[in-house]
Design a binder for this molecule. Structure first.
Ligand code: C6P
Length: 413
């Protein structure tokens, strides 16, 4: 099992205060905190072997290239990709999905084709498809949310698949409801209809073991900053044969093999998609984050988080006028550590402000999932706490106190 006390010591920020109170960081779905090993690995690069990659033939340039490639191999292994040729570094999940829509989408989606996404998508897995549909004259369809269960409506999925969409893009974990979607089964159903499958792994890769071969998805996108790594680096995984058929969307240095005045040939994978100087420091830091996660074990992380989430959901369900959005604790296997909630009719921003005064960082708003929050949940904003490996049950006690304070200030029964 996990030694959370010792894990907490690895995160310098967790011993700081916010508004004079010990920081209780519960906004991990937005971005996670970073352990000292990640911060140090980045600093070590800048201090001792800062050089550009794939260019210099001197010692520190070779060292930088080697560390960058090591990071990619680490990522490939982490999600069980066939090799680092299938790992494209981007800025974040958003850029990874846009890369698919702009490159694969532009070439393969024609007028009248169907693109299938779901009602629980983050804007990052919605807007790129809206733009593509508008550009190419395609039709954007949605798998409905089963509101009584906060799961995707599988009947609706099957109905939409009858239209033989060219691509199905779905989140593995909802950043609002915490619902874990069975992407393996969705992928199997979608492939039967000849669709490609993109999985948005922004909220899953940090919290559970990922096996892209077993899911059998064609694309998988995620961000380093939500999994203990630095901002500014994300991943697009895609099956090798698909990447080979795709064109780059950004041209420049490093992504070419040969160039003459009027044409060029592409570099081999994965470099074909990484034009210009890469985000070397953050790639190296990302590698350190994966080392850290591997040391604890993704299975352990997943079960620890499910334990604390179940406890929190049970406690919250006993409080009058606290409403939870998402599957209940008796469905914990289908739920991640994201808990969106409301207290009476108090605005989510007021809740977050009271929490802030108690040193607790949570997020309030539509969480970049406006169609879900506004149309399906009928809310303009919801408050959201989200757990990670360093959160404890005793931190959750401060949440219960903050809820009492909200109720008192806003006179909620
Ligand atoms: N959600 C949240 O607070 P980026 O920003 O590109 O690293 O990740 C985008 C993204 C894509 N898909 C899902 C399911 C997400 O949750 C996110 C990021 C954060 O919920 C910031 S809006």
């Amino acid at each position: 099992m996990m030694d959370v006390k010792s894990i907490r010591k690895d995160f310098p920020i967790l011993s700081t205060k916010m508004n004079g109170k010990p920081l209780v960081y519960l906004d991990n779905a937005a971005t996670s905190q970073k352990p000292a090993s990640v911060i140090e690995r980045i600093s070590e690069y800048y201090r001792t072997y800062n050089a550009n990659i794939h260019r210099g033939i001197y010692k520190i340039a070779e060292e930088a290239t080697e560390e960058y490639i090591k990071s990619k191999n680490n990522v490939a292994k982490f999600i069980n990709a066939a090799g680092m040729e299938e790992i494209i570094y981007t800025k974040n999940t958003t850029e990874s999905i846009n890369l698919v829509a702009l490159s694969w989408g532009s070439a393969n989606i024609k007028k009248g084709d169907h693109i299938l996404i779901t009602e629980m998508e983050h804007h990052s897995n919605l807007v790129p498809w809206q733009l593509l549909a508008k550009r190419n004259g395609a039709i954007l369809d949605y798998v409905k949310l089963d509101k009584s269960r906060n799961h995707l409506d599988i009947g609706s999925l099957e109905e939409q698949l009858e239209k033989d969409p060219k691509i199905v893009a779905v989140t593995q974990v909802s950043n609002v409801l915490g619902t874990i979607n069975d992407v393996k089964s969705i992928s199997k159903k979608a492939h039967k209809h000849g669709a490609k499958v993109l999985v948005d792994g922004a909220q899953s890769a940090p919290h559970m073991p990922i096996d892209v071969k077993s899911i059998d998805c064609d694309f998988f996108a995620f961000s380093s900053h939500k999994m203990l790594g630095p901002t500014g680096i994300g991943v697009l995984y895609a099956k090798r044969e698909i990447l080979e058929g795709m064109s780059p969307i950004i041209g420049g240095g490093d992504m070419i093999s040969t160039v003459d005045y009027y044409s060029c040939t592409w570099n081999e994978l994965p470099w074909k998609f990484e034009a210009g100087t890469s985000n070397i420091a953050d790639a190296i830091g990302f590698g350190a984050a994966i080392d850290y996660l591997n040391k604890i074990g993704m299975e352990n992380i997943h079960s620890y988080e499910q334990g604390i989430t179940k406890y929190a959901l049970q406690e919250l369900s006993n409080i009058k006028n606290v409403k939870i959005f998402g599957p209940s604790y008796d469905e914990i296997k289908r739920r991640s550590g994201v808990i969106s909630f409301g207290i009476g009719n108090v605005h989510a921003h007021d809740i977050a402000q009271v929490f802030d005064s108690e040193g607790i960082a949570i997020r309030a708003g539509h969480h970049c999932a406006m169609p879900l929050v506004t149309n399906e949940l009928g809310q303009s904003a919801v408050a959201r706490m989200s757990f990670y490996i360093y959160n404890t049950k005793s931190e959750f006690e401060t949440v219960l106190n903050a809820i009492r304070k909200v109720k008192k200030i806003f006179m909620v029964d």
